[in-house]
Design a protein. Sequence first.
Length: 278
Amino acid sequence: MCLLLFAYHCHPNYPLLMLANRDEFYQRPTEAAAPWPGGQMVAGRDLEGGGTWAGIAPGRVAAVTNIREPHIPGPPDALSRGDIPRGFLQGDSAPLDYANSLQSDRYRGFNTVLFRLGADDELVCAGNRHQPFRFAPGVHGISNGAPDAPWPKVERGRAALAELLNGRGPDLSHDSFVERAMELLRDERPAPRGELPHTGVGTDLEKALSPIFVRIERGDFPGSIAGEAPGPYGTRASTIIAVTRDGTTQLWEQTYQDGKPAGQIRQFTLSATQQGHL
């Protein structure tokens, strides 16, 4: 389960700012964000499925969340949802064209957010429980339900991101913005029971999954929710992405092990004309 928060054309110098938490079983093998072969793409890597949950290429951003629907079986020989952002970042298709090319019925439920900078840049949401659409400028959020589902963590995150951007001038002052954005993504406050979504996992588990930052340390988290064996579960990585008008695309990642920071924040920068990282 994951959370995506993004500000689209809400800042004069940054057409897109994205904040993301990836929630996963602690035992699922994963590599932290790094340049992929070829140097064009920077993303974390799911070592089981081979794809990624969020990443960047010059002027391009992609991320994916699953849809929490434990009682709906996946298709036979389901493809890895992590292949969706990987394919977009390694290609050159426009977001809507790429969305329309997906064999959506080959995946378990998903939402994907796709961005390409350009004269007619677009931010697109696609999935296999709704038709692709373009986002209007504004602060948006998606978790593990429908794109318009008002889940408490989404609404809280959107409000916090809007407040974080409020009154900021042309320069975000990266260090302070990243620090405050990471704090936003570490919010462990659960939602009130009366505001919880109803996805079929029971009230106690809905509440445990309701914070922006998830930490379920008991060993009996039901694997049926994500197609895994039972085990401890929670936020494994927090990612911040910023795209400037000149095409500079940056990614910051903080990884977590058992709910605690694992090492320092990693930062990568891709220019519009060069591939590289810091």
